[in-house]
Design a binder for this molecule. Sequence first.
Ligand code: SAM
Length: 257
Amino acid sequence: MRKSAKFLLVQHQPLTMQNPSSNTANIEWRNGQPFACDFQDVYFSTDNGLLETDYVFLQGNDLATRWLDANLQTFNIAETGFGTGLNFLCAAKTWLESAPQNATLHFISVEKYPLSTHDISTALNLWLQLKPVSEPFLAQYESLLSSVNTISLYDDRVRLTLLIGDATERLSKTNDKIDSWFLDGFAPAKNPDMWQAALFQQMARLSKTSTTFATFTSAGDVRRGLINAGFEVSKRAGFGKKREMLTGKFLGNNDEA
Ligand SMILES: C[S@@+](CC[C@H](N)C(=O)[O-])C[C@H]1O[C@@H](n2cnc3c(N)ncnc32)[C@H](O)[C@@H]1O
């Protein structure tokens, strides 16, 4: 990985705030790890968040293998629930280590309750091995909360778009075709409002025939909702204490001619 980070602000919003009405996450620290008071849920596995991200989202979408393709030029990931940015930083690190040098990763994440700059810094301090990617990101995080929604990182090999607001609502205004979905966003039983058919329909609208998804949950409503929206869904062993999780791919055909 090249050491110099380019602090280029890519896209300015016309408003001074991306979303002036957004609420900052209400965090409590339990054994040094962030816990969401309003959802009564964790941001990542208390067993090992780093390994969970790698297993559930990166391996679940087969990213390390797909990114070895020498012809790859761009790759778009969309995530529901940016949280601490752990998934983003793990994906960015793997991208920098494996994808062709001239290819660009565009990571689009939606977050309804962004962490404050202080809380996200504290959370990311847990992962010393991510410092080369987390420090350049943290240097620009404040701007993502206020005036811009897309930043360029790591010599423009990665672009991060953070859409502040509800996942379904913000995705409905997006037209980027997505290669892989990271379906995060707290357990469906604790956050049922997000895990609705309308979200899966937006996922289908933004997917292509090769598009994959992965999620930590194996909830029946989520599995059925994704199948109804046009995804093939498989179960695999879950991470840590979780018995099962879901992965799959889009079966529909939205591809442009
Ligand atoms: C388990 S955490 C995500 C962890 C995160 N991916 C990471 O790498 O740290 C779930 C996130 O989903 C967000 N969230 C909950 N409901 C949402 C909604 N309707 N739209 C967008 N984000 C939502 C929460 O605020 C929280 O940050």
